[in-house]
Structure formats: C-alpha cells, structure tokens
Write a protein that binds this ligand. Sequence first.
Ligand SMILES: Cc1cc2nc3c(=O)[nH]c(=O)nc-3n(C[C@H](O)[C@H](O)[C@H](O)COP(=O)(O)O)c2cc1C
Length: 357
Amino acid sequence: MSSALTDLCRYPIVQAPMAGGTSCPQLVAAVSEAGGLGFLAAGYKTADGMYNEIKQLRGLTGRPFGVNLFMPQPALADPSAVEVYQHQLAGEAAWYETPLGDPDSGGDDNYDAKLAILLEDPVPAVSFTFGCPTRDTLDAFAGVGTYTVVTVTTPEEAQVAQWAGADAVCVQGVEAGGHQSTHRDDPQTDGAGIGLLSLVSQVRETVQIPIVATGGLMRGSQIAAVLAAGAEAAQLGTAFLVCPESGASLLHKQALTNPLFVRTALTRAFSGRPARGLVNRFMREHGPYAPAAYPQVHYLTAGLRKAAAKAGDAQGMALWAGQGHRMARELPAGRLVRLLAEELDAARTAVSTGSTQ
Ligand SMILES: Cc1cc2nc3c(=O)[nH]c(=O)nc-3n(C[C@H](O)[C@H](O)[C@H](O)COP(=O)(O)O)c2cc1C
C-alpha cells in the first residue's frame, strides 16, 4: 500500500461507505478498531447529520476512519421523464398508502457545506463518489492532511482523478453492490461495466497512484487476487452489510442469503442511476422503463421504500447487494476483519509456496 493509506490501517481491508444508514458509526468503529479502515457515508445526509455521526464515531474509536461524499450531479434529468415515471408509480403509492416524494428535494446533497466542515475539522480520509472533485478541493484536503480517494469505473476516470490530484482511486467493478460510481451517467453505456479483476489491471497500467479495489469481494482469497493484480487495498460492502453492527434492516440482511433472491442486477428503478441489488418485484416491474434521473428518482421512491420496509415487504425495497451476496457471513465486524486478514495471509502463503488450499 502507499505509505499514507497503509498508515491508516493494519490490514489492507476497507469497509465500504454505505449510505442509507448501513455504515453507521458502530460498524465503522468496529472495523477500524479491528485494524481495517471504516468509512462513514455522508450521502443523502445534511451537513449537520454528517458531523453528528463523525462526533459519535470519535466517541467510539480513536482509530483512523474515512467519510464518503457524493459529488453534486449536473441537472441533466428530463423533468417530463420524471413526471411520466411519477404517474407510472401511482399504483405503488396506492398499494403502500404513501405519497410519492418530491423529486427535487435532493439538490446538491449539501456538498459545499460538507466540504466546509471536513476542511474545518479534518478527518483521516475522504472518498468521493459519482465524479471527481476539482483540483482546488483535493489540494485543500491535502493541505489539512486528509487522504483523498476518488471512486472510478474506467481507466479514463482514473486518469482524471490522478490529474486532479487524488491520493488514490477506488476502482469499482461492475460486480459491486449499490450504485455504480460512473462520473457521468450515460444510458448509452448501460451494460458496459467492466469486471473488477480486468479493471484493476487496466487502471494499474494507466495511473501510478494507489488503487483500492471494490466489487464482489467476500473472501480473503479474493482480496489476495486483487492485490496481486496491483491494488493496495480492497473495499468490501456487502460482506459488512450483514454484520450485527451494520445499520441495514433485518429484512435486507436476511434477503442476501435467502434462496428466494438468487440474482442481482443493475437497475434505475429506485434511484434513477444504475445500482446493483437483489432482483425483486419492484425492480422487475419498474426497471425496464425507469428514467435516467438521479437523484430525482431516489427522492421520488424514498417513501415507498420506507413503507415497504415497514410492512416487512422485501419485494418493494432497494436490496442493494454485490454479486457475491450468497457468500455473506453474519459475523461481528471485528471478527470478519480478522478472518479476512487470516484468509488473505493463507492465500498469499499458498500462492508463494505453490500449495493448493
Ligand atoms: C447498501 C450499499 C450502500 C452503498 N452506498 C455507497 C455510498 O454511499 N458511497 C459509495 O461510494 N459507495 C456506496 N456503495 C458501494 C460500495 O462503496 C462498494 O463499491 C460496493 O459495496 C462494493 O461491492 P460489494 O458490495 O460487492 O462489496 C454502497 C454499496 C451498498 C451495498
């Protein structure tokens, strides 16, 4: 690992930021305490909400951690397409007896206010999703000693991140649970996502900055594979989602290993941007015509998803999951970090001695 990222954790294991309450301070603290690097998710939060979580986390651990920010999205969504989708979801609103949300309530995700707090009271690491910050912003974080990571899904995005001055790139394969962090959401490139191992190798040959690999990683042996391909660390989301400390709902956790949900797919049905989740009724019914309109669709469906969860109806929820979901192990987060580290060690030893596991 690069000196700075290695300094932040004992093992090359990063717990992915997971918005929507999943990567709560309890989960992040448990991961960082065990020698991994935990990340809080600031997405969809107010700036004060983000800061409260940081303060809560600092009360739980003195170990390094990171905070993840969503980049503001250009206003490209077609309002009439959002309106049509609104009508198409009328039956859901009636079924769940919940009004649809205001599609325009998201704005810029309070990006500037969050930046101001993180520069005023710095944290060890900050990562960015859905785009690359300006060179000035990345320089400002360097000035306060914060390690910066930009999530990318192509070698070209990695080049932009390096050019802008990021310390590292988080390389996200198409296997990843949750949103694909493409810098520009272009429906023309739907289905063009690159698998993680191939993408890490391509990015390794394109940029010099450290790589954190993410997408579908559930075992230490897979972490060994991405490290061998040139990554400095691995970031795992779904693997940590099932931990008791995670703030994900019980229904979501149980669905990951429920044989009823065998497949994952990318869909715009819940948020208007491609995101990977377990295939369920809502995704099957609305995915085919959901518009490219993020974050408008996220706010439109927020109440429906909440109502479905309240009703215990997993078929109406966004069950974000990576392709490795069936390998999820319900272990306390600290134990999972240590087990992954042991598996990583064993895999590396097996490779170097030529023995099979
Ligand atoms: C429930 C959930 C929420 C997520 N939220 C975020 C987020 O807020 N910010 C972000 O950068 N990535 C987010 N991701 C994507 C992760 O950073 C990571 O790319 C992904 O989890 C890796 O794939 P895996 O789930 O197969 O490990 C989320 C993933 C999941 C499963």
